[in-house]
Design a protein around this ligand. Sequence first.
Ligand code: C5P
Length: 240
Amino acid sequence: MKTASEYIVFPLDVSSEAEAATYVQQLCGCVGMFKVGLELFIRTGPPIVDAMKRAGARRIFLDLKLHDIPATVGRAMAAAADLGVDFVTVHCGESPRMLEAAVSGGGGRAGVLGVTVLTSVSPEEIAAAGFRRELSDDLNRLVMQRAAMARDTGCQGVVCSGLEVSAMKSAFGRDFLTVTPGIRPAWEGAGADDQRRVVTPAAAIAAGADYLVIGRPIRDASDPVRAAQRIAEEIHGAQG
Ligand code: C5P
């Protein structure tokens, strides 16, 4: 069984290697994985992966959200896997062939996670993009349809809201991974931010989430290490 801290993924949403390394050194004992996103990757380049490992990161999630023709995505995924990362994201988009190419490019060396529908996208935007009414009226249907495409093409799992984890597990089984951002501890008491569909760490774990991406509740805490430990305690209490 995973330890409680192994569920926590801390996003390195910063713009320099020095800042990122400081977070890794501070938090590597109390979170399981670090996420490198587009900003940090573009500013620092692929060497950031080894730099974070040297700083103490045991596992890295490279959140590149790839979306291109199958051949390009396959080759990009192979290059990402060469960096020695644990997970890489790809948009589910409209083409199962692109996802198949991503999985084949990863070659089992990096887990491929499908991004279904970005949580920043509204039903109105989906309608304006020309989707059928039943999908724009109920974004969950579109999320589940794209998750099915991810599962059928061999992706290891999806990035989804904690509110969707139970439906994912019922539809696709326990082994299909769910990685959930939008986690807000009840004790955090922060003001409103851009996350909308939020759940607590305990609720995400109770629903069966495999990894919890938790940024600001740790980063903005007066004591980030203590915040991460407190979240791990909550996860431990919710583990079945
Ligand atoms: O916990 P916090 O809101 O600060 O986490 C922000 C992180 O979650 C960012 O790195 C963002 O890329 C990630 N995220 C994601 N998928 C979403 C929403 C946020 O990966 N649908």
